[in-house]
Design a protein around this ligand. Structure first.
Ligand code: PMP
Length: 297
């Protein structure tokens, strides 16, 4: 991955309705989104000039804004069009797209009354999220000391920047201990998700995944559930306790960035990426039109 800082690159960024030079896409330090967390974003991928589930992501951005009381001044169609215009202007065929919406500098205080919702979209060329080596072996996860909070304590349905702080802390805790990523339990002690992806267990040929009642119901998660059902694999959404990892033969995580990535271990539980994971990796790659070699190959 490029080591160039993200504010010093060539290209253009879509900023409040128009394309502007990358380095000029700036906001003031006194900004409501920065100080009070009034900020939502998306992560989207383009594979071979095809943006995967673009409209779902544009719609989720608007919905995340609504949850935070920020109405985006652009329709889903306008956001879709802006994304395609941006990709073309930057000449990006395979990459990552980052739409973001935040409240601006019009007011500075807990109350956001009078603040404008600003929107920007950036995109850059991007390889696969996890290293191929980690992917082949399966990720090594460790349970985080942080838990997903109860649904009446955070607006969990929004892909809101503020909700990511515990993900960042969990990821740092995991990598400092030499793991690839963290498994997050929820406030009840049930299995929730990883720091940027949802989780699935294969138990005796069936797919089990936690009910998304306090964490993001990922677009990749929904895609993989549909792909599994198309294959005739039974999918069970339910509360899952961490001790049940002892019964799982395969585990994998899903996300726009993570795609479908096998998990090799969680704490002392070991898994062997197997047939169902390999099938879903292949099906997902077909679905996104990607030409990346299957991780199980
Ligand atoms: N959970 C978290 C915390 C995430 O950041 C993501 C990535 N957006 C996901 C789950 C998966 O969501 P999606 O499949 O829509 O990318």
């Amino acid at each position: 991955m490029s080591l160039l800082p993200f504010d010093d690159r060539d290209g253009v960024i879509w900023f409040n309705g128009a394309l502007m030079p990358w380095r000029d896409a700036k906001i003031h330090v006194l900004n409501h989104g920065l100080h009070y967390g009034s900020c939502v974003f998306e992560g989207v991928r383009v594979y071979n000039n095809k943006v995967f589930r673009l409209t779902e992501h544009s719609e989720r951005l608007r919905q995340s804004g609504r949850v935070l009381g920020m109405d985006l001044p652009y329709t889903t169609e306008e956001l879709d069009r802006a994304t395609l215009q941006l990709l073309e202007a930057n000449g990006i065929a395979d990459g990552y797209i980052r739409p973001v919406a935040w409240l601006g500098s019009e007011v500075m205080g807990v109350s956001s009354q009078g603040a404008r919702t600003h929107v920007a979209i950036a995109a850059w060329v991007w390889p696969t999220y996890f290293s191929m080596e980690a992917r082949m072996k399966g990720l090594r996860l460790v349970t985080s000391s942080w838990r997903r909070p109860a649904p009446n304590t955070v607006p969990y349905r929004a892909k809101a920047s503020g909700l990511y702080m515990i993900c960042t802390l969990s990821k740092a805790e995991a990598t400092e201990k030499g793991y690839d990523d963290a498994l997050m339990l929820d406030w009840r002690g049930q299995v929730a998700e990883s720091t940027g992806s949802n989780i699935f267990l294969v138990i005796d040929g069936r797919l089990h995944t936690p009910t998304p009642d306090c964490f993001l119901d990922g677009i990749t998660r929904q895609t993989v559930i549909a792909l599994a059902k198309r294959r005739g694999i039974e999918v069970i959404e339910r509360a899952i306790m961490p001790q049940e990892f002892a019964d799982a033969q395969e585990v994998f995580v899903t996300g726009t960035a993570a795609e479908v990535t096998p998990v090799g271990s969680i704490d002392d539980y070991m898994f062997t990426p197997g047939q169902i994971t390999a099938t879903l990796i292949a099906d997902y790659e077909k679905e996104v039109g990607s030409s990346i070699a299957p991780a199980s190959a």
